[in-house]
Design a protein around this ligand. Structure first.
Ligand SMILES: NC(=O)c1ccc[n+]([C@@H]2O[C@H](COP(=O)([O-])OP(=O)(O)OC[C@H]3O[C@@H](n4cnc5c(N)ncnc54)[C@H](OP(=O)(O)O)[C@@H]3O)[C@@H](O)[C@H]2O)c1
Length: 327
């Protein structure tokens, strides 16, 4: 049986604005408190979303008895310390992507959660999106024959300013955009044997990256990300019996085209795979998190520590290549 999970939201930025309505409309969830950095913004956020308590004092929020779980939506460089503090205060954590700046810090969060008997997960909503799960099912069920290749990119110019352009807060196109192509590649093609990457750096931030992953069994992924130019933000997975295209914006879309299963679909009109999004898109992940917490799990089997850390390791290697080994 699912129990109501009472949440604190940490951060009042753009993503919290879209995430909180999904949290509040999902069954068996409530939002008890919000933390932010300014009186004005935090009070306004609480008022707009009907959240009964707001505070600028993180320890005050994390120490509350009427909170079971904490959603962390602050800039990436702040995630690890907030997540560890929340776990030490006895709260489950759902941490925005990237969970941390490195694989080592990511592993530390999961280790602390396990030590405390609490749930921890990176909020990688794409892995819970019904469309992407249907694509994954088609791939694992063999519709494409043997999967051989994946291409995916998330490149678009983002306006200067904000935490994305601040190296100290964790600005990094690999960690911010590249995490989606890398996550998709590992999910669809399995473990990675070698990583090759080139990229560009500006003001201490990786601003563009081009990555080739060689997966076990000789499968190959070609990935790109950028915050200074468009790189066709679609994806495709190909195998010995056809391919599936996930159009832009591949990480958030609700339909895909299947070029497999029949001559018609292969060479003429692809079959359409369609799964309308729920709410702002986070609802399926929120349901999954609730079920996992209610079942007493410390990780979600569909995006567990191993998967999150494996993705973080690839991103470490990519960034080390771009920064000449100096992360
Ligand atoms: N899942 C998705 O679709 C999605 C989409 C976008 C972003 N994200 C992720 O969500 C996280 C937050 O992104 P965002 O665009 O919402 O960030 P943001 O707007 O820059 O900041 C979010 C919150 O963090 C606070 N903050 C800023 N600097 C801080 C610091 N040094 N220490 C503690 N808090 C600080 C901000 O306070 P102020 O308002 O006072 O600056 C704001 O409350 C990132 O990890 C990002 O990758 C996920």
């Amino acid at each position: 049986m699912t129990e109501t999970v009472r949440w604190a939201v940490i951060g009042t930025g753009r993503i919290s604005e879209s995430f909180v309505p999904d949290l509040q409309s999902a069954a068996a969830h409530s939002v008890t408190a919000v933390w932010g950095r300014s009186d004005e913004r935090t009070e306004a956020f609480a008022g707009a979303h009907g959240i009964p308590t707001w505070s600028l004092d993180l320890d005050d929020v994390l120490g509350r008895d009427d909170i079971d779980a904490v959603y962390i939506a602050t800039p990436p460089a702040t995630h690890v310390s907030i997540a560890l503090s929340a776990l030490d205060a006895g709260k489950h954590v759902l941490v925005e992507k990237p969970m941390a700046m490195t694989a080592e810090d990511t592993a530390e969060i999961f280790a602390r959660a396990e030590a405390r008997g609490l749930f921890a997960m990176e909020a990688m909503w794409m892995k819970f999106n019904p469309l992407h799960r249907a694509v994954h099912a088609q791939v694992t069920d063999g519709l494409l024959g043997e999967p051989r290749h994946l291409r995916a990119a998330f490149g678009m110019p983002f306006p200067a300013g904000g935490s994305r352009w601040n190296a100290e807060l964790g600005g990094s196109t690999v960690l911010d955009q590249g995490i989606y192509p890398v996550t998709l590649a590992l999910w669809m093609l399995g473990p990675v044997a070698t990583v090759t990457a080139t990229g560009r750096v500006r003001d201490g931030i990786d601003i563009a990256a081009h990555v080739t992953l060689e997966h076990d069994g000789g499968r190959v992924a070609q990935l790109g990300c950028s915050i200074v130019e468009f790189i066709d933000p679609s994806a495709a997975i190909s195998g010995t019996a056809g391919w599936i295209e996930i159009p832009a914006m591949f990480w958030a879309t609700d339909s895909a085209q299947i070029h497999a299963g029949s001559t018609q679909a292969l060479f003429h009109t692809p079959d359409l795979l369609s799964h309308p999004r729920e709410g702002n898109g986070y609802t399926p992940m929120i349901r999954a998190v609730n079920a996992a917490i209610s079942a007493g799990l410390m990780q979600h089997p569909d995006h567990d520590a191993a998967a999150t850390i494996a993705t973080a390791r690839v991103m470490d290697t990519v960034r080390a290549a771009i920064f000449d080994g100096d992360l």
